[in-house]
Design a protein around this ligand. Structure first.
Ligand code: TRP
Length: 335
C-alpha cells in the first residue's frame, strides 16, 4: 500500500442511556456499529443530554449513563480505534445546539413527528428541550464534520433537519459543516415482540416476556423464547401470516449466519419446541461475549472513568474546532 491511505469516512452514532438495549437494538443497530468501526473513522456516544427531555431520576440517569458506556465497550467498540464518549462531557454540544437553534425555524421543528408523538405521550411535560431536541442532535452530528449517520426509521426526519440546517448555515456564510448522509450498512434484523410479532420489540412493552434485554441471563432468555407466540401450523417455514415464526427465523439467521432455506432444512420434520430452544441457544451464544466483557468491566469504575475522560478529550478537540469556526462566521467577538 502507498503511504497515503484513503481518507476514511467519519461516522457518528449515539444512543440514549434510558434503558438496557434489547436484542432488537443489538441485532438491528449495535452489532453493526462494531462491524463498521474498523473501516470508518467512528465516534460513538451516550446521548445523556437528550435523555433529560423526559424527566429522569438523578441516581438512575447517572448509573445508566455509566452502564451504557460500559456496554458500548462490551459490544466490541475499541477506545483506541474510535472515539467513545458521553455527550454531556463535551460542552460544545450544548453550545452548538444554541447556535443552531437560531438557524432553525419554529415551523420546521414543529413538523417533527417524534415531537408530536412525544408531546402527546408526556402531555404534562412538553418542555422546550423536547421541541429543540433535533437541533441538539444536529449539533452532535455537525460538530464532527460527520459524513454518515446510521439511523433507524424513527430518526430519519432528524437527520433530514440536520442536513437542512447545515445547508442553510453553509449558504448564509460559506462552507462550514459537512452535510451528513444516512449510513446504509448491512441491514440487521428488524426484531419483533415475542408476544405480539406484529409489533417491534420494545423495552417499554408492559409484558416482560415480549422483549429480551442484552443483559438477560441464559435462563431468562430460554424462558422468553419458550413462551414466544407462534402459530398452529407446526412447520418451520418463512411465509406470510407466520409473523411469530418469521421473527424467530430472522433472529436465528442473524445469530447463526444461516439463510432461511438452511433453517427450514435444519428444522424439517421437527416441532416448534426444538426450534425455539435452538433460537434461544443461538441468542445466548451471541450475547455471551458481550455479557462476559460487560461483567468484567462494569465494576471497574476507574477504568470506565479513564476511558470516558480520554474519549471526551478527543471529542472536545474535534468539536472545538468546528464550534470555533462557526462562531467566527457568525461574528462573535473572540478573545
Ligand atoms: N436521538 C437518537 C435516538 O434517540 C440518539 C441520538 C442523539 C443520535 N444524537 C444523535 C443518533 C446523533 C445519531 C446521531 O435514538
Amino acid at each position: 500500500m502507498e503511504n497515503t491511505p484513503e481518507k476514511k469516512s467519519r461516522v457518528l452514532s449515539m444512543i440514549q442511556p434510558t434503558s438496557v438495549p434489547t436484542l432488537g437494538n443489538y441485532l438491528g443497530a449495535l452489532k453493526n456499529w462494531a462491524a463498521m468501526s474498523s473501516d470508518n473513522d467512528c465516534l460513538f456516544a451516550v446521548a445523556d443530554l437528550h435523555a433529560i427531555t423526559v424527566r429522569q431520576e438523578p441516581a438512575k440517569l447517572r448509573r445508566q449513563s455509566l452502564e451504557m458506556y460500559a456496554l458500548l465497550l462490551a459490544i466490541g467498540l475499541d477506545p483506541e480505534e474510535s472515539v467513545i464518549f458521553v455527550q454531556s462531557h463535551v460542552p460544545a454540544h450544548s453550545q452548538m445546539a444554541w447556535l443552531l437553534n437560531c438557524y432553525t425555524q419554529f415551523g420546521e421543528a414543529a413538523r417533527m413527528t417524534q415531537f408530536k408523538e412525544k408531546s402527546l405521550k408526556h402531555a404534562d411535560n412538553v418542555n422546550v428541550g423536547l421541541f429543540s431536541y433535533p437541533t441538539l442532535m444536529a449539533a452532535d452530528i455537525l460538530l464532527y464534520q460527520t459524513d454518515f449517520v446510521p439511523v433507524g426509521a424513527d430518526q430519519k426526519q432528524h437527520l433530514e433537519i440536520a442536513r437542512d440546517i447545515a445547508e442553510r448555515f453553509n449558504g448564509a456564510y460559506s462552507p462550514t459543516f459537512t452535510v451528513p448522509e444516512p449510513y446504509i450498512g448491512k441491514t440487521g434484523a428488524r426484531v419483533m415482540s415475542l408476544q405480539d410479532p406484529t409489533k417491534k420489540m420494545s423495552k417499554s412493552d408492559p409484558n416482560p416476556k415480549a422483549s429480551v434485554s442484552v443483559l438477560d441471563t441464559p435462563d431468562e432468555i430460554m424462558k422468553k423464547f419458550k413462551s414466544a407466540v407462534t402459530d398452529s401450523e407446526a412447520v418451520v417455514r418463512y411465509a406470510d401470516g407466520k409473523d411469530g415464526i418469521n421473527n424467530l427465523m430472522g433472529i436465528y439467521s442473524c445469530c447463526t449466519g444461516l439463510d432461511f432455506d438452511a433453517i427450514e432444512k435444519e428444522f424439517d420434520g421437527k416441532g416448534y419446541g426444538d426450534f425455539k430452544k435452538a433460537v434461544a441457544e443461538s441468542v445466548i451464544a451471541e450475547l455471551k461475549p458481550v455479557q462476559d466483557r460487560y461483567n468484567e468491566i462494569i465494576g471497574d469504575k476507574k477504568f470506565l472513568e479513564k476511558c470516558a475522560a480520554e474519549g471526551a478529550q478527543k471529542a472536545s478537540y474535534l468539536a472545538g474546532k468546528t464550534l470555533n469556526k462557526a462562531m467566527k462566521k457568525i461574528g462573535f467577538w473572540q478573545i
